[in-house]
Design a protein around this ligand. Structure first.
Ligand SMILES: [Zn+2]
Ligand SMILES: [Zn+2]
Length: 325
């Protein structure tokens, strides 16, 4: 049967009503995020250790009477849209976060605010970024359809926790950000200059050029019931400093880092090499390397998901959180 001819409504006549559709996206799924901020202090000092042992284990974080941070919280929630076109009414979200999290925590001493951080109880743990993220998830989950939560203690240190029936409730992702400056030239040795320029453009110019690289390293692990940590943060920072920053900073990568004598130092290859350098030492420290993100310029970045199967390791909630950060 031939298709019905298109009819154009005559001038002056209203267009016929659109066919009935789900009103305002009702029933379709969406992830939404909400940001909140609070300031709080904390102290890393376990009562079963003496001052010297606390100092050795937690460094300046163990100094009395504690120190503070300006925290930033991002909550990701998911669900079907209601008839008003929303997963949830944002004022409900705002009030739940304020009532459960920011009011109890803002301008407080975290060690005293919630029973999770009462160290006189055997089940109490230090109020680390990851343990605090977990405690916040526990308080928000009964009120909001939380799928993930990111907590920044500082722009260079943050924790992510996910939520859902298949999620290990004690698992967290901890990320640190650092940077290095390096030069590179993109060219394959076996090709002519003209061929290299056809592939890599200006990046193939013979004397190289440089970038201020931003490096984010994310580890994944189980939060220790007493220290509240997925890994020893200072040790992680030392590993990244020694294995990456010290070796790459202020170098010409092609000449100064042996790996790049034969491997073109694209952002992708640098990120992969960093993941290869860090994977085993991080595994030896008890956590797992989850992701390396290398930002070469404001316009480009490379991300390597270090756990197999590689291309399936991109939890949607984490992506939504990252986009806000
Ligand atoms: Zn601190
Ligand atoms: Zn470049």
């Amino acid at each position: 049967m031939p298709p019905a001819p298109l009819t154009v409504p005559a001038a002056g006549h209203p267009a016929p009503p659109a066919p009935a559709r789900a009103a305002h996206g009702r029933g379709r799924g969406c992830v939404i995020t909400r940001r909140a901020r609070f300031s709080a202090s904390h102290l890393y000092r376990l009562p079963e250790l003496d001052a010297a042992a606390n100092q050795e284990r937690f460094g300046p974080c163990s100094l009395e009477p504690g120190h503070g941070h300006n925290y930033e919280l991002i909550v990701a929630m998911a669900g079907p849209l209601d008839a008003d076109g929303m997963v949830l009414n944002l004022s409900e979200v705002k009030h739940a976060i304020r009532r459960e999290v920011t009011e109890p925590l803002d301008f407080r001493f975290l060690n005293q605010v919630w029973p999770e951080f009462d160290l006189s109880r055997p089940e109490g743990c230090l109020p680390t970024t990851e343990a605090l993220a977990l405690a916040i998830r526990r308080r928000l989950a009964p009120h909001l359809p939380v799928v993930g939560l990111r907590l920044y203690e500082h722009p260079d240190l943050w924790a992510d926790v996910l939520a859902g029936p298949t999620i290990d409730p004690m698992e967290a992702f901890l990320s640190i950000r650092t940077h290095f400056a390096a030069a590179h030239r993109l060219a394959r040795e076996e090709l002519s200059q003209t061929e290299n320029e056809a592939i890599y453009g200006k990046c193939a110019r013979p004397h190289g050029h440089g970038h201020n690289y931003l490096l984010d390293v994310t580890v994944r692990g189980t939060i220790d019931g007493r220290t509240g940590m997925v890994c020893d943060l200072a040790a992680l920072q030392r590993l990244v400093d020694e294995l990456v920053v010290e070796r790459f900073d202020h170098t010409f990568l092609n000449k100064d880092v042996p790996h790049f004598a034969t491997c073109v130092p694209t952002a992708e290859n640098i990120a992969l090499h960093i993941a290869d350098l860090l994977s085993a030492p991080i595994a030896a420290s008890g956590a797992r390397l989850h992701k390396v993100r290398l930002q070469e310029s404001p316009n480009n970045a490379a991300e390597v998901f270090a756990e197999a199967p590689q291309l399936e390791m991109a939890p949607a909630a984490l992506e939504a959180l990252a986009a806000v950060g």
